[in-house]
Design a protein around this ligand. Structure first.
Ligand code: GLA
Length: 414
């Protein structure tokens, strides 16, 4: 894979759809034609993503294969003449207002543990590499159709849509890579989740009908097609949301770092845990803390599995790709220990259903969704059978949705 030349952030435009138009109408209804406005509202979209292969490999320098979906975050930006910034969402009435010049002049601004930390973090991330005019305040109004905290990367979607909107507002002409870095700054350094690079890449380089094959070792990527006539991606949402996920996620990152530190002296060529040869790991497995050893086994086996799955998909062998997804789930359950009963029920049922080629939990785990690949045209029968099986096991109905390829990241033509 080669490292591509920088793609500009302001290149893409997205045709309007009723869901976008109604978000804009909602903004006008809530904020009115305010006298503080210094221009017309503009509307932006960023997709969410499902990760189909390469679970928890991004922060271990391995390969990942996410796919952007057609659901995502909508953002209206309207310039203000009073130098203030207002950030609001269609999901509730809470909003924040602050002075842009004060924020930009603050030495080390602190996150407030509120949802708008992502927006503020991206603003600060962009300010690290570009001069932002402190007099050019704005209103931001978020909405969308992506479930939050479900493992569909709502945070990267919010971060990237913010970057694309602020890039347009301040006339920055940033590259997608710079926007990704601002999103990573927001998440890691401002909010404090030690995430890898997969999510903002999946959102930033989305292409309809394609997975993104990203090598997290060197950020090189390419698109790999999935035939949308024959196959579709389904998401089964357990509706379980774990509050502890941030702590558990960071613990996995630390355990992987500990494994690498212990094994690196025996694998001088390995710059990341994913590159440690399996034989080296097995020779030293017993010297590792048992939990750390399990995490390392997942990372090493998942790395080989993902490269094999990539080869299979490139040859059009979706069945082999699907089997790799099932194996990935088993490893997430047994070695990485990030699955829960509800997710396991869904995957086990999916294994038994004729229409399904593969499935696994998507995102970090600890709740959220299972992603499946299934034969197009069989989704209704599958969804009905899945609901029955899940209701019997857990007494609740999961939310099931089927996705088309994403329109990508960009400004909506209104
Ligand atoms: C979360 C993180 C990603 C990645 C996945 C697990 O979504 O944000 O960086 O580590 O978990 O594959």
């Amino acid at each position: 894979m080669e490292v591509q030349s920088p793609r500009r952030l302001n290149a893409a435009t997205i045709p309007s759809e009723p869901r976008f138009a109604s978000h804009l109408a909602e903004f006008i209804a809530r904020f009115g034609d305010s006298s503080s406005a210094a221009g017309t509202p503009r509307l932006f979209f960023a997709p969410g993503r499902v990760n189909l292969m390469g679970a928890h490999l991004d922060y271990n320098g391995g390969p990942v294969m996410p796919m952007a979906i057609d659901r995502g975050t909508f953002l209206v930006l309207r310039p203000r003449r009073d130098g203030l910034v207002t950030i609001a969402t269609s999901m509730d009435d809470e909003q924040t207002t602050f002075s842009l010049s004060v924020l930009l002049a603050t030495k080390a601004p602190k996150a407030e543990e509120r949802w708008w930390d992502y927006s503020v973090g991206v603003l600060l991330g962009l300010a690290r590499c570009a001069e932002l005019d402190p007099g050019r305040g704005f209103d931001l109004y978020y909405g969308g159709d992506l479930p939050v905290g479900a493992g569909l990367s709502s945070s990267a979607s919010v971060s990237l849509v913010t970057a694309v909107a602020l890039n347009a507002h301040f006339g920055l002409d940033m590259s997608v890579d710079q926007a990704i870095d601002a999103a990573l700054f927001a998440e890691r350094e401002f909010v404090g989740v030690m995430c890898g690079i997969m999510d903002p890449f999946a959102v930033g380089f989305a292409s309809p009908g394609h997975l993104l094959l990203l090598n997290c070792k060197d950020r090189s990527w390419q698109h790999v097609g999935l035939d949308g006539e024959k196959y579709m991606v389904g998401i089964i949402d357990t509706l379980v949301r774990r509050k502890l996920a941030k702590g558990e996620f960071n613990l996995r990152v630390e355990q992987c770092a500990a494994a690498y530190q212990a094994l690196a002296p025996f694998a001088p060529d390995a710059e990341h845990l994913s590159e440690v040869p399996l034989a080296v790991f097995e020779a030293h497995e017993r010297d590792l803390d048992p939990a750390v050893a399990k995490r390392a086994r997942h990372v090493l086996e998942e790395t080989s599995r993902t490269f094999e799955a990539r080869d299979a998909l490139q040859l059009g062998d979706v069945a082999a790709f699907g089997c790799a997804m099932f194996d990935a789930h088993d490893s997430l359950r047994d070695h990485f220990e990030v699955s829960i009963d509800e997710l396991n029920t869904i995957v086990e049922f999916a294994k038994s259903h004729d229409a399904v080629l593969g499935g696994r939990l998507t995102g970090a785990g600890f709740g959220g969704c299972v992603a499946v690949i299934l034969k197009a045209g069989q989704q209704d029968a599958f969804a009905a059978a899945m609901c029955t099986a899940y209701e019997q096991a857990h007494g609740q109905t999961p939310k099931i949705a089927f996705y088309k390829g994403s329109p990508g990241l960009g400004e909506v033509v209104v």
